[in-house]
Design a protein around this ligand. Sequence first.
Ligand SMILES: Cc1cc2nc3c(=O)[nH]c(=O)nc-3n(C[C@H](O)[C@H](O)[C@H](O)COP(=O)(O)O)c2cc1C
Length: 137
Amino acid sequence: MVLADSEQLIEELLWADRLLLGVPMYNFSVPSTFKVYVDNIVRVNRTFTFDPTSFTFEGLAINKKALVITPSAGNFTPNTPLGSMNFCETYLRSILGFIGIEDITIIAVPNQFMPDEIRQQSIEQARVKLITIAATW
Ligand SMILES: Cc1cc2nc3c(=O)[nH]c(=O)nc-3n(C[C@H](O)[C@H](O)[C@H](O)COP(=O)(O)O)c2cc1C
């Protein structure tokens, strides 16, 4: 049963040519529910291979694009006080890259616990970026 669910998620992933993911930052990383999804789709000989002779890995989920929207309470812009604590984005890039997805766009939506004006500004900036991306993605 567990394996059947995993197979279904992998089939869906391998079939798709675009992945649109909404992944909020939870405790500087991804939510545990998203991690469960990852644990179901990252499987040897299904979404990556491992060669024990050369000790190399190769992703099998190729020819795909991923667009990830990551809201957060804080601001994790590089070179700001919290910049080095954005394990959400680094994890997403690493794990998607590991299974072969190289074309990854991450749209951060920071400042979601800030006063409404700042929060709305952040949403608007993300919206503008997404409209631009939607034209060519
Ligand atoms: C359990 C939990 C942990 C969170 N951890 C962080 C965090 O480490 N950094 C941050 O900036 N925001 C954090 N947040 C805030 C969320 O990233 C923010 O509310 C985001 O907009 C979540 O979207 P959602 O409310 O639609 O799930 C956390 C929220 C929750 C519920």
